[in-house]
Design a binder for this molecule. Structure first.
Ligand SMILES: CC(=O)[C@@H](O)[C@H](O)COP(=O)(O)O
Ligand SMILES: NCC(=O)COP(=O)(O)O
Length: 244
């Protein structure tokens, strides 16, 4: 059975919208672990638009499952990872202007630099995953530069608007997963995974872990809203003496 790691970035997105203290991704991480998640994922972006350095430092002390730090393959981030020592680093491409990660890391183009970054992280005792498109060249190069794991980018599959496109993208994810597994790489999958498309992806048995963020945080806002409003009304009417 595949593991489920929950990305709590967008708890921090809400907090940063007001530069407030809440909601706290550290509290969210504790709750996702209580709910049975097998890991916590955070993407420390270079522009610090959601997760902050302090969050990662505290999470390193509080996460009891596995802390997966997603980051760009830059000197700054590598030094930070070596200091904080997450359980695994996932190297992802980053563009300042993007709304979210737009594509996989081009391991073929940046082979030499990525080999060096993988080695530096390994020397620091940190396993490395590469977030890549479901493409055989990318997978073979990830294996060549001694990554431990690949996270197959499921965004194009998730965004497919017709059944035919979805089927094609699903097959790409499936073939890529099988090739990576054959080469001995651990396979994770993520981006855009939601409560509907997971019913397809869960059939790919070789995927060892799903990395899911936005869909879970978005649903949490909605399924938790009713309780939050009832609690506020109870406080206003005096029918509940809160200890919040
Ligand atoms: C690499 C990936 O697919 C996600 O972790 C994503 O980058 C989350 O962060 P954003 O939503 O800021 O893109
Ligand atoms: N690596 C993917 C991830 O952490 C979450 O992506 P999303 O579910 O927020 O699209």
């Amino acid at each position: 059975m595949a593991r489920v790691a929950i990305n709590v970035d967008h708890v921090a997105t809400v907090r940063q919208a007001r530069l407030a203290h809440e909601p706290d991704p550290v509290t969210a991480a504790a709750l996702v672990e209580l709910a049975g998640a097998h890991g916590v994922v955070v993407h420390l972006r270079e522009d610090r638009r959601h997760i902050q350095d302090r969050d990662v430092e505290i999470l390193r002390k509080t996460v009891k499952t596995r802390l997966n730090l997603e980051m760009a393959a830059t000197q700054e981030m590598v030094q930070l990872a070596l200091r904080i020592k997450p359980d695994i680093v996932t190297l992802v491409p980053e563009k300042r202007q993007e709304l979210t990660t737009e594509g996989g890391l081009d391991v073929v183009l940046y082979e030499d630099n990525l080999r060096q970054v993988v080695k530096t992280l390994h020397d620091g005792g940190i396993p490395v995953s590469l977030f890549i498109n479901p493409d055989s060249k990318q997978i073979k190069t990830a294996h060549k530069i001694e990554a431990d794991c690949v996270e197959i980018h499921t965004g194009p599959f998730a965004e497919a608007t017709s059944y035919l496109r979805r089927q094609e993208e699903y097959e790409r994810v499936e073939n890529a997963t099988k090739l990576a597994t054959k080469l001995g790489l651990v396979v994770h999958a993520g981006h855009g995974v939601d409560y509907r498309n997971i019913l397809w992806l869960r059939n790919i048995r070789e995927i060892e872990e799903f990395s899911i963020g936005h869909a879970v945080i978005a649903r949490a806002v909605l399924v938790g809203l009713e309780k939050a409003v009832r609690e506020m009304i109870a406080l206003v009417t005096g029918s509940w003496q809160s200890t919040v």
